[in-house]
Write a protein that binds this ligand. Structure first.
Ligand code: MN
Length: 260
């Protein structure tokens, strides 16, 4: 679907050292979805939002025409950090929209044949996530506390990606462990899942994105000229506003290789 990037980070010990420190940096043309299994992150952005995120909560940042933010391990944090950040490309009608930030402390929780399911985005099993998205897609966190054999309904018009975060899961007959994203093409109406012990995974899906996107650094655009322009804007301190309160340097945007 419109999901164009996925970063699975941790589990890592952040009790010593500085922990996560991602200085102020810009985004355009996408939404970032932050989801934690363990730990805590403090988000600050150029709209003025300062938001802690903890496991079970969702941060959804809509960059639209431009936003800047920082992400850091807060003082007094738990010792471990483990999570994922997904990027969703915005379709043409929305990609120049005003930037926005939403924090969802409560998401739909379901159980399905022993599997605990949190609905991050979209609709599944009769529930709908409150997360504001702009194209047909779904995001599910699936948790097993022990051996589980289950069949999940899929939407045949969606393609899917499965990413195991903890443990091992048999996904449609493939043994999947952390570090590998399994891609499933359209045309499936069910997905058999099997675990032999505790496991955690993300199941993500959506209608294939019809637009060609151009990704460079933290930008999702359509043309090289557009990417060069926002790179120069950010490095000159234009367009994106300012992130206040982060104790460190803003990131410098690398010039794309095609820049003349
Ligand atoms: Mn970011």
């Amino acid at each position: 679907g419109a999901l164009c990037f996925l970063d699975h980070f941790g589990p890592v010990d952040v009790v010593t050292g500085a922990g996560m420190r991602v200085g102020p940096h810009p985004h355009i043309g996408l939404q970032t979805v932050s989801w934690l299994l363990q730990g805590e992150i403090l988000h600050r952005d150029s709209l003025g939002y300062v938001q802690h995120i903890r496991p079970g909560q969702l941060n959804l940042m809509t960059a639209g025409r431009g936003i800047a933010h920082s992400e850091e391990s807060p003082a007094g944090r738990p010792s471990g950090l483990h999570g994922a950040q997904l990027w969703i490309a915005l379709p043409e009608p929305q990609r120049h929209c005003d930037p926005a930030f939403d924090h969802y402390a409560d998401l739909p929780l379901m159980t399905h044949d022993g599997l605990r399911i949190t609905l991050l985005a979209g609709e599944a099993l009769g529930e709908r996530s409150p997360a504001k998205i702009h194209s047909p897609l779904v995001g599910l966190d699936l948790a097993a506390d022990g051996p589980v054999t289950v069949t999940l309904p899929l939407r045949a018009e969606f393609e899917y990606g499965a990413l195991v975060l903890e443990g091992e899961v048999g996904v449609g007959g493939e043994a999947l462990a952390p570090g590998t994203l399994l891609y499933l093409d359209r045309g499936r109406s069910v997905l058999p899942l099997r675990t032999t012990g505790a496991a955690r995974m993300l199941l993500l899906g959506g209608e294939p994105f019809a637009e060609d996107i151009l990704m460079w650094w933290n930008f999702v655009g359509r043309s090289k000229d557009e990417i060069v322009q926002v790179t120069r804007d950010w490095n000159a301190g234009r367009h994106f506003g300012e992130v206040r309160g982060y104790d460190g340097a803003r990131l410098v945007a690398p010039l794309p290789p095609w820049t003349t």
